[in-house]
Design a protein around this ligand. Structure first.
Ligand SMILES: [Zn+2]
Length: 163
């Protein structure tokens, strides 16, 4: 490994790797990218899936490899770890803002969800900001999202699934 290869440099390269389902948010902002270690013979990237079996993870993994290979880093290992489990708290504030701009309601904070004790969270419509919304289906456009409908502007929207 070359001397100038730093953890920070790799993190900044990986800003280019986006969630394949939400191309405005990077794997780092999503909190999926957990750790980067520059070792003697390789770069080890640790990722945590948003939930077990998320089909987007294979794509993210391939994109991470492709991005680092493109930068001339040949020996890359992407390790998946399930512990500690990903929670929506890992999405950065910038990431949550981008989700909303993309028309996806950002997930509630995990702590808030726990406080609800099984009740559905209040989700703000990303189109008009109304809190008069209802969950239509636990599965939206992809398995990682739930489908909601706004009772004010009547628009359907996806919410990044939190549970
Ligand atoms: Zn609305």
């Amino acid at each position: 490994m070359t001397a100038e290869l730093t953890r920070e440099h790799i993190f900044s390269l990986l800003e280019n790797v986006k969630d394949p389902e939400v191309p405005v948010i990077s794997v780092r902002e999503l909190g999926v990218l957990r750790e980067v270690e520059v070792m003697d013979d390789k770069v080890l990237v640790t990722i945590t899936p948003t939930y077990t079996g998320c089909p987007a993870m294979d794509m993210m993994r391939a994109d991470i490899l492709a991005e680092l290979h493109k930068a001339g880093i040949a020996n890359v290992e992407v390790k998946q770890t399930l512990s500690p489990a990903w929670t929506t708290d890992w999405i950065s504030d910038a990431g949550k803002r981008k989700l909303k701009e993309y028309g996806i309601a950002p997930p509630e904070k995990t702590a808030d969800i726990r406080a609800l004790k099984g009740e559905l969270p209040v989700v703000e419509c990303p189109q008009c900001g109304s809190k008069d919304t209802v969950m239509v289906s636990a599965f939206g456009s992809t398995a990682c999202k739930a489908l909601w409908k706004c009772n004010s502007c009547l628009e359907p929207f996806d919410q990044f699934k939190c549970l």
